[in-house]
Design a protein around this ligand. Structure first.
Ligand code: NDP
Ligand code: 2IT
Length: 449
């Protein structure tokens, strides 16, 4: 295994996020390889680390003042052993090939856990939607889709949202695809409810995360009721996670954006959450406004000099990172352990560094890896694809029921596979082994192609 990892670094120099995601999976799947010599013979690990197709393109567009802009566009089609490529699009200035490869790699295994027929991919652009008018965002989305449309399709690759891509962007991307292709099809998920979207897709990642955390606590004779929780982020995943935590009787005392975080020891109740949803989804404002409106809350601006995030120093029972990758490092993990945090469940993709995960797991706290705990979003995207193929809409309750069933299944499978291979209670190893087993067997079944 060490030689596979060394080779990966040599062949993909500087792609640190991709190396990190690969290392996490490679370090947990040895028991599956020992039990399945065919996976080694057929070099499945090496093959799964190489994207099937990596598309990189230029996006040119003109802003409201008539200036020309050039952005990078990408789609990483990582693995199609289990179904058409499926995964989100991220619009953020930090987007590069390494970040999209790590996300696409994670997506392959996450999608395998959902029990739906989905392959894995990810895409996006270094375009920054912050401060752009609706018209500028529309023009960018149209320019992006003018190229992406050549590479996607309802049976080939079905993108969705991620950071910086929500309902507004999916609408513009869909409209553009429909116009160019002259075809109304389920080529994207996260669509509006009037035009092929699924009930519950906006809520699904945040709700799914909390369903997963609830199952973990219940498996240990505990529950979310009365728990104090800290959350990072204030986007799609974070805000619906807060909504579900509130409904299960927990109290959430923090939220953040890229400028800083707010602390509200009284808890972000329904009225305050409505304010946050309007602030973030409609007005696209900054989280500092929360502390201006509610005097019991305080705002802590981001301090770039610090090598840790004071948000994770807040005392709480449960922590839910829901912003971005590597937002909990070793020092942050030390703070969580010192405060005897009982549970860390990841809403964001790869939010915890490898040494951070090690510390949390050693402390005896429950740890839910992103590819298991945030799979509710893509699972509901899979349900949206099913509804599109059937040409009908399921009721909210029906989708929610399926989502709960899927999250419970991922929880139980992660636990039972961990147990089977001698790592009881280790959700990280269990999820990685369960997912890898499925992808690897599908690749063996389909031959070397
Ligand atoms: P949104 O764009 O809706 O929200 C992202 C949030 O994270 C915002 O509050 C944003 O602050 C903050 N954020 C983004 N980048 C940084 C950064 N570099 N440092 C600090 N804060 C940052 O995205 P989502 O809620 O959809 O995504 C959040 C995470 O969840 C991502 O890791 C994504 O990959 C993952 N995820 C999303 C799914 C989905 O269905 N949407 C499904 C599964 C995982 P600001 O507004 O200031 O940028
Ligand atoms: O990381 C993720 O799982 C997502 N951004 C959702 C992908 C999807 O296809 O719904």
């Amino acid at each position: 295994m060490a030689d596979i990892f060394e080779n990966l670094i040599a062949k993909n120099p500087g792609e640190t996020e991709f190396h990190q995601a690969a290392k996490e999976v490679i370090s947990s799947i040895q028991p599956v390889l020992d039990a399945n010599p065919k996976f080694v013979e057929e070099r499945i690990v090496e093959r799964v680390l190489e994207p099937e197709r990596l598309i990189s393109f230029k996006v040119e567009w003109i802003d409201d003042r008539g200036r020309v802009h050039i952005n990078k566009g990408f789609r990483v089609q990582m693995n199609s052993a289990m179904g058409p490529y499926k995964g989100g699009l991220r619009f953020h200035p930090s987007v590069n090939q390494s970040i999209l490869k790590f996300l696409a790699f994670e997506q392959v295994f996450k999608n395998a856990l959902t029990t739906l027929p989905l392959g894995g991919g990810k895409g996006g652009s270094d375009f920054d939607p912050k401060g752009r008018s609706d018209k500028e965002v529309m023009k960018f989305c149209q320019a992006f889709m003018r190229e992406l449309m050549r590479h996607i399709g309802p049976h080939l690759d079905v993108p969705a949202g991620d950071i910086g891509v929500g309902g507004r962007e999916i609408g513009y991307l869909f409209g553009s695809y429909k116009k160019i292709r002259n075809e109304f099809s389920g080529v994207l998920t996260g669509k509006g409810l009037n035009w092929g979207g699924s009930n519950m897709r906006p809520e699904a990642t945040g709700y799914g995360l909390i369903y997963f955390a609830d199952s973990m606590l219940k498996a240990n004779g505990d529950s979310l009721e009365g728990k104090t929780c800290i959350i990072s982020g204030s986007g799609n995943v974070a805000l619906y996670a807060i909504e579900k935590l509130n409904s299960l009787g927990a109290k959430v005392i923090s939220a953040s954006d890229s400028s800083g975080f707010i602390v509200d020891e009284a808890g972000i109740d329904k009225g305050k959450l409505d304010f946050l949803m309007d602030l973030k989804f409609n007005r696209r404002g900054r989280i500092s406004e929360y502390a201006e409106k509610y005097s019991e809350a305080r705002y802590v601006a981001k301090n770039k000099e610090l090598d840790y995030n004071p948000l994770w120093e807040l005392k709480a029972d449960c922590a839910f990172p829901c912003a971005t990758q590597n937002e909990i490092n070793k020092k942050d993990a030390e703070h969580l352990v010192k405060n005897e945090t009982k549970l860390l469940a990841e809403g964001a993709n790869m939010p915890t560094t490898l040494d951070g995960i090690e510390l949390i797991q050693k402390s005896g706290a429950l740890y839910a890896p992103a590819k298991a705990s945030n799979a509710g979003g893509v699972a509901t995207s899979g349900l949206e694809m099913t509804q599109n193929r059937m040409g009908l809409y399921w009721k909210r309750e029906e989708v929610d029921e399926r989502l709960q069933e899927i999250m419970k299944n991922i929880h139980d499978t992660s636990l039972s596979v961990a147990e089977k291979y001698g790592h009881p209670g280790d959700y990280l190893s269990g999820a990685n082994m369960a997912a890898f087993e499925k992808v690897a067997q599908s690749m063996v079944d389909q031959g070397v192609i």
